[in-house]
Design a protein around this ligand. Structure first.
Ligand code: MG
Ligand code: ZN
Length: 386
């Protein structure tokens, strides 16, 4: 009997070891669901999607409106970032985006500069110099704070015409957004920056020439598209390009850069719904943004080497949700402010290195986590300009 027991114990422990090994192997390779929570592997591409002003209540309002069927909330990894700026508990979009772009805390209003107004070297600029494909998409003007902070260096966010000139200092492969007037009908000078873009081998088009969906930009050239003269319309008033632009950009950058790119996509107007305390506008803009996230994840699933990150710079409106009636679908919203708030901001991740985004961390850590995901050298190469 004792011999048999010993044999059983031996077999059991072998099975136990085998089971443990299977589990460990599974953790490393099973990417179908929660395997990403422990994934620290190298990403070739990053798509960073920023829903400006999109806190938990804004996401929840879209979640209820869509009956739980959101791309954002299907992402396997969730964390939170602390959104405060250099000298204020509450950040604005300029300091918020500069934190992601450069990994530095700066003052509200700063576009790609540190707290003493020194230009900081953004991850987009670094990757552009390392021959990654680079792109920016927004549903505001392209010179607005969020996209601008990845490419421009100006002490104040309202310096739109100077920010527009900074686009010519880079070789960004693609940008899509509003704000044509800051490039070709400027108030501070007579420069035509669209001609200058064309001289730098950009294929330039705009809303007057053709809808974005009708354009197939040639891969041999860089691509700039102006979706409006100033800010594009709200989605409910007829703006449709954000998901289309996201699909176009991932395909364009992937082919043009041979599978190494960095793309930033902003749902700019969620924030404006927060400022206006307008629940319907928030829900509509969140759903449009979520459709862009869906396109990003669709590409990432096909590609297998793409890290998708979804977050916001800050919450806006101090939004809260409650039921308006006994009907669960009938959501009402309340707001505590028409400005931004300091509440922690959710971060969602999918793909290689998604595991880096669990937990609670500084907004500037997102910059470090993105550089770690791409396995860049710990210290960025020094900027060759400015
Ligand atoms: Mg913005
Ligand atoms: Zn705002």
């Amino acid at each position: 009997m004792q011999e048999q027991n010993k044999k059983l114990i031996a077999i059991n422990s072998k099975l136990g070891l085998l089971f443990t090994l299977l589990l460990l192997t599974n953790c490393g390779t099973n990417k179908s669901s929660s395997g990403y929570e422990t994934d620290f592997t190298k990403a070739n591409n990053i798509i960073l999607l920023i829903g400006d002003g999109m806190g938990i209540a804004q996401i929840s309002s879209g979640f209820y409106a869509k009956d739980g069927k959101m791309a954002i909330t299907s992402m396997p990894v969730v964390g939170f970032h602390k959104p405060n700026s250099y000298d204020d508990l509450i950040t604005d979009s300029a300091a918020g985006a500069t934190a992601f772009a450069c990994g530095v805390k700066t003052y509200n209003g700063a576009i790609g500069v540190t707290s003493d107004t020194t230009p900081c070297y953004s991850i987009l600029e670094e990757l552009e110099q390392l021959n990654y494909g680079t792109g920016l998409i927004a549903t505001s003007t392209i010179v607005h704070a969020t996209p601008a902070s990845f490419i421009a260096h100006q002490p104040m966010r309202i310096m739109y015409e100077q920010i527009a000139e900074d686009f010519l200092q880079t070789d960004i492969d693609l940008f899509i957004g509003g704000g044509k007037r800051y490039f070709d009908r400027r108030e501070s000078d007579e420069k035509n920056l669209i001609d200058k873009l064309k001289n730098k081998d950009y294929y330039v088009s705009d809303y007057l020439e053709a809808e974005l969906e009708l354009i197939a930009p040639p891969l041999q050239q860089k691509f700039a598209y102006f979706a409006a003269d100033k800010h594009p319309l709200t989605h409910s008033a007829g703006r449709y390009y954000l998901p289309q632009a996201t699909a176009l950009a991932t395909d364009f950058l992937n082919k043009r850069s041979l599978g190494r790119f960095f793309l930033v996509v902003e749902g700019s107007q969620i924030d404006w719904g927060g400022h206006a305390n307008d629940k319907e506008l928030i829900i509509d803009e969140v759903i449009d943004f979520d459709n862009a996230v869906r396109e990003a994840i669709r590409f990432a699933k096909r590609d297998g080497n793409t890290l998708v990150i979804v977050t916001a710079d800050h919450e806006c409106g101090g939004m809260s949700l409650m039921t308006a009636s006994k009907d669960e679908e009938d959501i009402d919203a309340a707001f505590t402010t028409n400005g931004h708030t300091a509440t922690l901001v959710p971060v969602f991740a999918y793909g290689p290195s998604a595991g880096r985004f669990t937990g609670i961390y500084k907004n500037t850590d997102i910059y470090d986590k993105m550089r770690a995901a791409l396995q860049l050298d710990p210290v960025p190469a020094v900027s060759s300009r400015k």
